[in-house]
Design a protein around this ligand. Structure first.
Ligand code: GDP
Ligand code: K
Ligand code: MG
Length: 293
């Protein structure tokens, strides 16, 4: 029996639906999803294993012009996903007026890596608009396979999956066949807490936050977690905590609920808030938080 294996890396502009697609393809909620740009800060692997193939998907941050060190290392994750891809999935929204990052895009399509171009969010568009955009992209990127999908409604995902399997090179698996991701459990705890912060706080707050799980103890029926929410300034600490701790309590309660599903166990979370001045611009701090390649 021949075995296929490869890296399938998902890239595109912020908020086009990359993380939603990754979760749909893998069938697990590995990546956090919010309506805000820069929700995804890392490169996250989601591995699909079958007897005769292994697909290693990578979800990546959106393509941006970095303005500070954190964003620079986010873009390094995107660039690394260009280097090792066996198949590239480039995602745009059907409704996108024009391509930002033209130079970056040209670099991708002129590489030798097979590209699958996905036009996402067709649930938000009329049929006329979809047809027009498919024509536009087929002319612009003649070598790519073009699919229209809705990652949210899981429309046409099976067709994309079949195309990926077809393009996958022959080879031995890269990871053990029972492995689902490259990230440890603590990473998913940090991400889930950050997702709640992205959803409930405004302006700079979510972008100033990093979460670090200090303690993760898994017992037979319960997981006990202690995590620190890091902010850049004292005023942000007060906002995170909220009146009599109400805002922080809500973050903890919602994260706990999701994590109980994720770990299929009872979860107990303690949250602390700490000021860590300018961590986003501090290379050694970023390294500690896992942002260096
Ligand atoms: P990413 O930044 O590219 O990873 O995008 P996300 O997966 O985080 O999604 C950004 C927003 O778009 C979220 O609010 C998603 O629910 C939404 N979204 C993703 N896919 C679709 C889709 O197919 N249709 C619609 N209507 N919304 C979608
Ligand atoms: K997002
Ligand atoms: Mg994302």
């Amino acid at each position: 029996m021949t075995h296929k294996a490869g890296f399938v890396n998902i890239i595109g502009n912020p908020n086009v639906g990359k993380s939603t697609l990754m979760n749909a393809l893998v069938g697990e909620k590995l990546s956090i999803i919010t309506p805000k740009a820069q929700t995804t800060r890392h490169r996250i692997l989601g591995i699909v294993n079958e007897e005769d193939y292994q697909i290693v998907f990578s979800d990546t941050p959106g393509i941006i012009q970095p303005a500070y060190e954190l964003q620079a290392s986010m873009m390094d994750f995107v660039k690394s996903a260009l280097d090792d891809a066996d198949v590239l999935i480039y995602m745009v929204e059907v409704g996108e007026k024009e391509l930002k990052n033209e130079a970056f895009f040209n670099k991708i399509i002129s590489s030798k890596i097979p590209v699958i171009l996905l036009l996402n969010k067709i649930d938000k568009s009329t049929q006329g608009e979809v047809e027009e955009k498919v024509e536009y992209w087929k002319i612009k990127v003649p070598n790519a396979d073009v699919f229209v999908i809705s990652a949210l409604e899981k429309f046409n995902i099976t067709a994309v999956f079949e195309k990926i399997k077809e393009l996958l090179p022959e080879g031995a698996p890269f990871y053990p066949k029972d492995q689902l991701t490259d990230k440890p459990e603590r990473f998913f705890v940090n991400e889930k807490i950050r997702e709640k912060i992205l959803m409930h706080y405004k302006k700079e707050i979510p972008y100033s936050v990093e979460v670090e799980t200090e303690s993760f103890i898994e017992e037979e029926t319960i997981v006990r977690i202690r995590s620190i929410i890091m902010v850049e300034r004292e005023t942000q600490k007060g906002i995170i905590i909220g009146h009599k701790g109400s805002a922080l309590k809500r973050v903890g309660a919602e994260a706990r609920k999701d994590l109980e599903q994720f770990f299929e166990k009872k979860v107990f979370i303690e949250l602390y808030v700490k000021v860590n001045k300018n961590w986003r611009s501090d290379k050694s701090q970023l390294k500690r938080f896992g942002y260096n390649q």
